[in-house]
Design a protein around this ligand. Structure first.
Ligand code: MG
Length: 309
């Protein structure tokens, strides 16, 4: 089996050329930004990136996010009918006061293993979540956690549950989506092939894409986790055009610094295939830097990048 390094090299994500091109274009963007200081791109942030730095002071944190330059936010703090521990109206006011538009939210249902018996419970969960988020005014509601999938049969039930969640959301005018990590790029096999040698199996992500209704379920691809799953985001944008209207733009740490993610190619192809919205996500922050400092560097990188509209 090829090593991760060989794989990344093959994808062209680990080339010196790519890194040089990145720094040249960054330099060009610096001059254009300087000549037009008012120019600010529409960049979103997944608030999970801030961790405790946000949750210890939500109103102040939301203001800081807007001050950095982010215009939209995707939440990761819904639970028990509340948003980051606040009642809906109170949270709505905090975001409005900060001048931040809440366009999306990450929410996981209470169970990981979907069965015929608990489908009703999951649907009820989404009804309540959709109702609360419709009042908040989000455009998208996204499930970020992978349900348990070991076989094609498991994937089939998951797709049915996803379609149903999509239907519930659609009735309230919200788009429902699924966000991946790297586990979705493992393979599932048919029940009868379990334990058999030489069975190839199917990539779980492909089963989800193929088994869900494009009118009900979109895919918020996390481009970093896709690469970590040894797949090329560009291949998916090409093969499943229109299924990726929203992306998570993420790198190993600060955007653009690892040299392993070719964001220029990612944005170009994603726009060509229907990208409308994206959120920066930052995990794996370097020591000696706050999360807020990290997300500022990420904003600056995208705001200056000529390939970001
Ligand atoms: Mg993500």
């Amino acid at each position: 089996m090829e090593t991760k390094r060989e794989f990344l090299k093959k994808l062209g994500l680990l080339t010196v050329g790519g890194m040089v091109a990145g720094s040249v274009s960054q330099a060009k963007a610096v001059s254009s930004v300087t000549s037009s200081p008012a120019a600010k791109k529409k960049v979103g942030l997944q608030l999970y990136s801030l961790g405790r730095e946000l949750t210890q002071d939500v109103p102040g944190g939301l203001k800081k996010v807007a001050q950095i330059g982010y215009s939209t936010a995707e939440l990761a703090g819904y639970g028990g009918g509340k948003f980051y521990g606040a009642e809906l109206a109170e949270f709505k006011k905090m975001a409005a006061d900060a001048g931040l538009k809440v366009t999306g939210s990450h929410v996981n249902p209470p169970v990981r293993k979907y069965t015929a018996e608990n489908r009703g419970e999951i649907a009820d969960f989404w009804k309540k979540a959709v109702e609360d988020h419709a009042k908040l005014g989000v455009i998208t509601l996204v499930q970020p956690g992978q349900p348990s999938i070991e076989s094609n049969d498991d994937a089939k039930i998951v797709c049915e549950v996803f379609n149903q969640a999509g239907e519930i959301a659609k009735a309230a005018g919200i788009k429902w989506g699924y966000h991946n990590h790297s586990g979705e790029f493992q393979k599932a096999v048919k029940e009868e092939d379990k334990g058999r040698r030489g069975v190839q199996g199917d990539i779980i992500y492909d089963l989800l894409l193929n088994g869900t209704d494009p009118k009900l379920v979109f895919f918020e691809m996390d481009v970093y986790w896709t690469v970590m799953g040894q797949q090329d985001p560009l291949d998916y944008f090409e093969k499943y055009a229109g299924r990726f209207p929203v992306l998570h733009i993420k790198d190993r740490s600060i955007l653009g610094q690892s040299g392993m993610m070719n964001f220029e190619n990612i944005f170009k192809k994603a726009y060509e295939k229907g990208l409308d919205e994206f959120y920066v996500e930052l995990e794996g922050i370097r020591s000696g830097m706050t999360q807020f400092e990290g997300v500022k560097l990420c904003f600056d990188y995208l705001n200056k990048a000529p390939f970001v509209k």
